[in-house]
Write a protein that binds this ligand. Structure first.
Ligand SMILES: Cc1ncc(COP(=O)(O)O)c(C=O)c1O
Length: 425
């Protein structure tokens, strides 16, 4: 790929590591994208890929979805930024609240990280307590409170994973094991200073890890009994798992919810919402400060309104189709890997899946870490060579979109078959 190679070499001179987000880098160099449409993405060398990365889950409706492009084009003729309230923000807020019964009030922000940062500050402001509990392996953005690492075992104080990240901040983040409600209960009991618990209801940042049996209902019960606000980080799962996110799917009501990604179907927008009594603490009415020049910007808001209206209009067909495609694809993939006698696990739900090269079920951070990442890398490289773009890391997820067709999936399956052969050898 001579064009991508040259562009990467030039980019490295002016952009740190040549990329604007770390996960975009892979060896020997990432392809540079020229355009996208529907279920495909094209690089600067003219190669076309079936897109299984889909903006890390953002593009639920596919690239350049007609309804969204029309809405955004119309807004472009009206203005791009006002920094005043707009009727559109009101309309979008009502749409979000309509889909998420746990959300009584919502504030629009720009990114998922901004949403979780605000959610955590709200929890601290509400409880006047300090400590946050997160689950091992969950990712909530690149800010100090959640960018923490803990050893295996339970309830470690967080240590920043980043130079420059303050341990004075991250030591207030306690890390417990995903799919282990007992661990959470013990930690809450031991620490009287817990301001909130944040969780990805479906863990999509260690590959894909599903919540076991009563895990989510148990952590809801534990947090309620201990008066600790529960934050569902639905930046990935919101609108993707159902029109009302994972909370609707599992029938659980958190106190605070964060949304992003599929909310704008490719445009920069996110949201934090929840109970009135918590949300009303936000400034200027309350004392929890949060602000942004670009929050509620008319372009992203028009994209999100169109996105949510489209989702709500086609929801019966949309979620049934995605689920069916995902099920058929992962079953076929499982058959291929089994026939080849490759030790593997496939975790999948709604429109997401991941394959791990391991004998043991993948249910938390450690079991995901134990899978063979080298084999995953081999598979990724082969898939790319054969026209399928997945996220380059074992710890990401394959996302399907409404734009994928049966033909795309058949082609992708052929590529996986070749890729799995390369893994076997
Ligand atoms: C569950 C979850 N929360 C928050 C974030 C951060 O979102 P953003 O990258 O928009 O800041 C991500 C990003 O991948 C995520 O997966």
């Amino acid at each position: 790929m001579p064009s991508s190679r040259k562009l990467f070499s030039d980019s490295k001179k002016v952009i740190p590591s040549g990329v604007n987000s770390p996960v975009r880098y892979f060896e020997p160099y990432p392809f540079f994208t020229k355009k996208s449409k529907g279920s495909h993405i094209w690089d600067e060398d003219g190669n076309r890929y079936i897109d299984f990365c889909n903006g890390y889950g953002a593009l639920l409706l596919g690239h350049r979805r007609k309804e969204i492009i029309q809405a955004v084009s119309k807004q472009l003729t009206q203005g791009t930024l006002y920094c005043t309230p707009t009727q559109s923000e009101l309309e979008l807020s009502k749409l979000i609240i309509g889909n998420f019964p746990s959300i009584e009030k919502v504030r629009l922000v720009n990114t998922g990280g901004e949403a979780t940062m605000t959610a955590i500050r709200l929890a601290r402001g509400f409880t006047k307590k300090k400590k946050i509990i997160k689950f091992e392996g969950c990712y909530h953005g690149a800010h100090d409170s959640v960018l923490v690492k803990a050893g295996s075992g339970s309830a470690h104080n967080g240590i920043s994973v980043s130079d420059g990240g303050l341990n004075e901040v991250s030591k207030n983040t306690l890390v417990v094991q995903y799919n282990n409600a007992e661990d959470l209960e013990k930690t809450i009991r031991k620490n009287k200073d817990v301001a909130g618990v944040i969780v990805e209801p479906i863990l999509a940042n260690m590959g894909l890890i599903l919540p076991e049996n009563n895990f989510l209902s148990d952590i809801r019960k534990i947090t309620k009994e201990n008066n600790v606000p529960l934050i569902f980080d639905e930046v990935v799962t919101g609108f993707r798992v159902s029109p009302g996110g994972a909370q609707k799917h599992f029938g659980i009501k958190p106190d605070i919810t964060t949304l992003g990604k599929a909310l704008g179907n490719g445009f920069t927008i996110a949201a934090v919402g929840g109970k009135k009594e918590i949300m009303d603490l936000l400034s200027p009415g309350g004392k929890v400060y949060q602000a942004s020049t670009f929050a509620g910007n008319p372009i992203s808001v028009s994209a999100a309104i169109s996105s949510l209206k489209t989702i709500n209009k086609i929801k019966n067909r949309l979620y049934a189709k995605l689920e069916k495609y995902n099920l058929l694809f992962t079953r076929a993939l499982d058959d291929i890997a089994t026939d080849m006698k490759i030790p593997h696990q496939i975790n999948s739900t709604s429109s997401m899946f991941q394959i791990f090269f391991t004998n043991k079920p993948v249910i938390n951070y450690q079991t995901s870490k134990n899978a063979n990442a080298k084999k995953f890398q081999k598979m990724f490289n082969s898939l790319l060579k054969n026209g399928v773009f997945t996220a380059p890391s074992q710890f990401e997820v394959v996302f399907l979109s409404d734009a994928h067709t049966q033909t795309d999936l058949n082609k992708a399956l052929d590529s996986y078959q070749i890729a799995l052969k390369s893994v076997k050898n």
